[in-house]
Write a protein that binds this ligand. Structure first.
Ligand code: GLN
Length: 501
């Protein structure tokens, strides 16, 4: 692996500005790494060699011509395959959309293009972002570069594996119940879910609209802050978009990083987020982080969020309800690869049934059925209505918690990366991966995962949760946690992987 690819996006941007390297050279290095490693990892569903090199060349030409460029111009990026990019296949990891080329750019893609980041390709994901392992991708799973017999997390395992293995310095993910943060935790990368509404969802293929947020996947906290700075902001195309708040997250991430004295900082531990279900190895790394924070003078307080116990149940009603509605458009008429019925009469209904039967995978079908049931007359109040009440209680618990502390921290994922097949046939076991990440989606607050250390030689992430609109605070504290992590926490042993090829 070329050492230069191990540099952060910030460092690479500096090298580009200093003309130590050109964007075409850097993009070629990423493309070479993809060529070498991705046959084994399968992090990418589509690599846009030509498009990326063209964008890189245009940046280089402008730099030579003395045109003023945005600060990160020329640093390549990858995007999860559920963000529409004009003319580039965007499949959501589903046979339903195989071969579909969007006629428009998602707002985040427009912003990435304005920032002049060459888009290297689209990354693998669980079908329509449903899963925690990428095993539900219709095109085959992604492997974890730390151990190729293990999952890279999900649903955004492709972006996380691509960044962890240095194939690309940074990437975009989407997070409905943890799909940026859990892959971050199990691949030793940084993943952030911004405050709901901070980043436009226009052009993100919807999973559960009241929970979905796009966010950065990087190797450092500062890079994540910088990438969120690039993609956030008000967008009239998204009715849930928040008004522009001119906060420089990158600056914020640097504020406390080097601080030796953290006194005055109140860090909350949630009683309900550390016991049952969490592996001892994960808890050991988490507790070591807490101790280091305490040694630096941070005040550690324990808070109770009793309704968190019901958040998984509430999520697995609200999310499928929204999924069943959002995925209704894939009917072979409006969207989706049509399949004609092979027997019986051909009607709109039999065609839709054949299309959805053939082109959706098992997990998607399971959730559509669950969501349709939860919303059906007679059951609505009992299921969906109760889940919405729990959602309010989760928000209230968090409000009460944030009255006692500045941020909350917890393990991001209850275990380290598990082996392929270990949970893919047991939906409940798979859903349990989301216990720590779901509350932030239900409440719409920002949360991110930072590599903190290793357990059994595999990465463990610590999650930082901040109040809504306090993304800057989240980055500030995440940078502290990053500085306290063990040296090996984010150093993916990619050389071993290369040797084995
Ligand atoms: N693992 C969660 C799920 O399967 C998270 C999905 C996501 O955030 N997109 O629903």
């Amino acid at each position: 692996m070329k050492e230069i690819l191990k540099k952060s996006a910030l460092e690479l941007a500096q090298l580009l500005r200093d003309r130590e390297i050109t964007s075409v050279e850097l993009t070629e290095l990423c493309l070479d790494a993809i060529e070498r490693l991705d046959s084994r990892l399968h992090a990418f569903l589509y690599v846009d060699r030509e498009g990326a090199l063209q964008q890189a060349q245009a940046v280089d030409d402008d730099r030579v011509a003395g045109v003023e460029l945005p600060p990160f111009a020329g640093v390549p990026v990858a995007v999860k395959d559920n963000m529409c990019q004009r003319g580039i296949p965007t499949t959501c990891g589903s046979l339903m959309l195989e071969g579909w080329k969007p006629p428009y750019d998602a707002t985040v893609i427009t912003k990435i293009k304005q920032a002049r980041l060459p888009i290297i390709g689209h990354t693998n994901m669980d079908e329509f972002a449903m899963g925690s392992s990428t095993e539900h991708s219709a095109f085959g799973a992604t492997r974890n570069p730390w151990d190729v017999e293990r999952i890279p997390g999900g649903s955004g395992g492709g972006s996380a594996a691509a960044v962890a293995s240095y194939m690309v310095p940074w990437a975009l993910g989407s997070d409905t119940g943890g799909s940026i943060r859990q892959p971050g935790a199990v691949t030793g990368t940084v993943g952030a879910k911004p405050t709901y509404g901070a980043v436009s969802r226009y052009g993100l293929v919807a999973m559960a609209s009241s929970l979905d947020q796009i966010g950065p996947v990087t190797r450092t906290v500062a890079d994540a802050a910088a990438l969120q700075d690039i993609i956030d902001g008000y967008d009239p195309h998204d009715s849930t978009s928040l008004p522009d708040v001119p906060v420089d997250l990158l600056d914020a991430s640097r504020e406390l990083e080097a601080a030796q004295d953290l006194s005055g900082l109140r860090i909350g531990l949630v009683e309900q987020m550390q016991g049952e279900g969490y592996s001892q190895g994960v808890l050991d790394v988490f507790n070591a982080t807490v101790e280091r924070l305490r040694e630096r003078g941070a005040q550690i307080v324990t808070v109770s969020c009793p309704s968190f116990e019901y958040s998984l149940g509430a999520y697995y009603l609200i999310m499928p309800a929204e999924v069943s509605s959002n995925l209704a458009r894939f009917d072979g008429v409006r969207y989706g690869n049509r399949v004609e019925p092979t027997e019986g009469p051909v009607t709109a209904e039999t065609m839709m049934s054949a299309t959805r039967g053939a082109k959706f995978g098992t997990e998607v079908k399971r959730r559509v059925i669950l969501g349709t049931h939860a919303l059906s007359a007679g059951y609505f109040d009992a299921y969906y209505g109760s889940a919405q009440k729990v959602r309010t209680l989760v928000q209230r618990d968090l409000d009460a918690a944030f009255a006692q502390c500045d941020v909350l921290i917890s393990p991001t994922s209850p275990t380290v990366a598990f082996r392929f097949g270990e949970k893919s046939n047991d939906p409940m076991a798979m859903y349990m991966n989301d216990i720590a990440t779901i509350p932030a989606n239900l409440a719409g607050v920002p949360a991110m995962s930072v590599p903190a250390g290793l357990s059994e030689g595999l990465p463990v992430g610590v999650q930082v949760i901040a109040p809504a609109h306090e993304d800057a605070r989240m980055y500030k504290i995440a940078a502290v946690i990053e500085s306290l992590a063990t040296d090996d926490a984010a150093q993916c042993p990619v050389e071993a992987l290369e040797e084995a090829l």
